[in-house]
Design a binder for this molecule. Structure first.
Ligand SMILES: [Fe+2]
Length: 193
């Protein structure tokens, strides 16, 4: 696990195994419970990750979240559990995710399952389109308050629930879709902060 903590809160980056990516993609394409009521974006197709799949990979994801937690609080290890998970499928140029954080959890995460065939061209146009940006929220002299992430299939990021983030729209039609999933984690026996 690699940690990126240039501006304070660490962002963990992990490469997900192919088998897991495949199973998540299949589950996403099969559809599922609408998750749109829980999200604030303009994205049309949020669906919940099916519970059997979350259960199957609970230990895998919870262990990653635990590693993140224990690095920050080695003297207070807490078991973390998955509290929710959903897929996001961006298929139109005007879709975006406004700046937000994930409440009712302790840690948040996002992973990339599929990208449009023309994503490299989209990214070449400027440094924001189609990308994820984390925003610390305060401007500090000589300090960078943002980190901009270019999605890559298989990359998975874990971050604190309160870390504001946004996904920028693209201008040209997507050839294919930008597909991601998110999982939230709660500390066992604790109310989220
Ligand atoms: Fe988010």
């Amino acid at each position: 696990m690699e940690f990126i903590d240039a501006f304070g809160p660490a962002i963990a980056k992990v490469k997900l195994p192919r088998k897991l990516l495949k199973e998540l993609n299949v589950a996403c394409e099969e559809g599922g419970e609408n998750y749109g009521k829980n999200l604030m974006g303009t994205i049309e197709h949020p669906t919940a990750i099916p519970l059997p799949l979350l259960s199957k990979y609970h230990k895998f994801f919870a262990d990653l979240a635990e590693e993140y937690h224990d690095r920050a609080y080695p003297e207070e290890p807490h078991a973390l559990r998955i509290s929710s998970g959903w897929f996001l499928r961006m298929r139109r140029a005007d879709e975006f995710n406004p700046a937000h954080c994930h409440e009712d959890c302790n840690l948040s995460s996002v992973g990339y399952l599929k990208l449009p065939d023309n994503f490299d061209e989209i990214c070449a146009e400027n440094k924001y389109r189609g990308r994820l940006q984390f925003i610390l929220g305060a401007t500090m002299e000589y300090a960078n308050p943002t980190i901009t992430i270019t999605p890559k299939v298989g990359d998975y990021y874990i971050f604190p629930w309160w870390l504001i983030h946004t996904v920028y729209p693209v201008r040209e039609p997507l050839v294919g879709e930008r597909r991601s999933f998110s999982i939230s984690f709660k500390r066992k026996g604790m109310r989220p902060s």
